[in-house]
Write a protein that binds this ligand. Sequence first.
Ligand SMILES: Cc1cc2nc3c(=O)[nH]c(=O)nc-3n(C[C@H](O)[C@H](O)[C@H](O)COP(=O)(O)OP(=O)(O)OC[C@H]3O[C@@H](n4cnc5c(N)ncnc54)[C@H](O)[C@@H]3O)c2cc1C
Length: 538
Amino acid sequence: MYFTNKIRKPIIRWLEDNRGLVVLFFCLPASFIFDLVLRFKVWLQRSLSNVPETHQQRVAEIQKQVAKWNKEDTRQRKLLCTSRPNWLSLSLTFFPKDNCHKVPINLYSILELDEKNLTVKVEPMVTVGEITKYLIPRGYTLAVTLEIADATLGGLAMGVGMTTYSHKVGLYQEAIQSYEVVLGDGSLVTATRNNEYSDLYHALPWSHGSLGFLTALDLQIIPVKPYIHMKYIPVKGQKKYCDTIRELSGANDKDRELDDFVEATIYSKDEAVIMIGNFADLPPITQWGKINNLARWYKPWFYCHVKTFLEKGEREEYIPLRQYLLRHNRSIFWVVEDMIPFGNEPWFRYLFGWLLPPKPAFLKFTTTPGIRAMTFTKQVFQDIVLPINQLEDQINISEKLFDTYPILVYPCRVYDHGDHMGQLRKPRPDQMVPGANYGMFNDLGVYGVPGPVKRKEKYDAVQKMRAMEKFTRDVGGYPFLYADIFMNRKEFEEMFDLTLYEKVRRKYHAEGAFPHLFDKVRPEIDVFEVGKQYIDPL
Ligand SMILES: Cc1cc2nc3c(=O)[nH]c(=O)nc-3n(C[C@H](O)[C@H](O)[C@H](O)COP(=O)(O)OP(=O)(O)OC[C@H]3O[C@@H](n4cnc5c(N)ncnc54)[C@H](O)[C@@H]3O)c2cc1C
């Protein structure tokens, strides 16, 4: 053991110190080939099953499998889950699917666009990349989407989604008109806000596939224009930028005329760039110099481009809509910087920028238990829904615990749905926007290597994450459950209200058929034990 550690540590240290080269010469080419193979496989799979007319037939096949499972001996059969491999999903955890009875959900079609009611009906495996490609040329986009092309619309529905439009419409779940679900007894139901399955409708978001198999969903869409007119507003001083974000998000005044998109990137405790975007037509020829095709491979990473406005001052530009929607895709927000520290250098972008981003599926596919342990002990990866009236506290505690920048802020409404809040709790009175039926929250996105880890100091990731979770519970917030959680069941139930969820589980045959939400989202490894082993610097 002593001997293995003696060899292992310097190797890990060397890989750490030279990670940019390792990623460039091994990871990126392998990821590129992996992506090509995966694309071919997905293309083949989709060509065989991507036929909207056969939707019912394919759903009937899922029902048949669940019905067959129901006939198995109850003492021996395993709980149900989808057969989608863990490495294909964006979630950071590796739920042990081998302990479950896996059911393939081969549902990849866009089923119907309803321009009259502004909805699109899709199967759950349609990705953000595919739906934007389909909707934008037709003059629409999803009311709530995500900046990562590989995220699936079903995954977002069963988890949670939020974008820079969420200060107008709220979380992804608010833009879902209906869910079509195969239940644990094999029956098929469509749940809407007001029909007989409305209890199920309210419990499905944040349920992570623990209530049934999602087979289709109706999503709200909005009309668009081909460009986004972006204004970059650099702000110095924490109170000033927090106040400006609150003001622009409409947190102070429900009648304020809102910009279409609002987001902020915080570069240090005292510096942020706030971005407001609005749909726009092709600008007049005199303004063409302001068009920025920022998704091109040689262009600076988006957050680095934005950072330049701290020096340059306020500026505006026009971004083609799809490029805006996927603006964080190439550098996966700022996650790629930790893998390739020189990735934003012009020579790298021009020569190798087209290889980015490393495919999340490839990164997960090649994750060994050692890498998995390091990713949660040596990196922070969290999106947390928190009340915007405590934005200063959020930033201060994030700095104290993680000491890493940039930090992402997306303002987002959380509606007060009275007795129909699902797993969330009603926003507290001081979090409500005066006179409105919603509170203003925000996504706090903290991704990166914590300062102490960078400086090779001791770092107790579990203790820090638990402190962040305590803060989140105390202020009435929620972490996105795609990332690792460090709570025990009791703490989890203090944060999330599982009253309706448990009722729905019993009523709709999920009990004994699907894993419980807590078991589905908690890390598959013993984080406390692994955390202890990695406190010391490598
Ligand atoms: C770098 C990064 C940045 C992110 N930033 C944001 C952000 O800014 N805003 C945001 O909203 N989110 C963000 N996310 C999180 C992302 O929204 C989630 O990972 C989300 O769950 C979508 O991922 P997925 O499609 O791979 O879903 P999956 O992980 O595959 O699915 C999510 C859950 O739903 C279940 N599920 C999926 N399909 C079905 C089905 N058909 N039936 C039953 N259960 C099903 C899965 O088992 C799983 O438990 C980010 C993630 C990453 C990695």
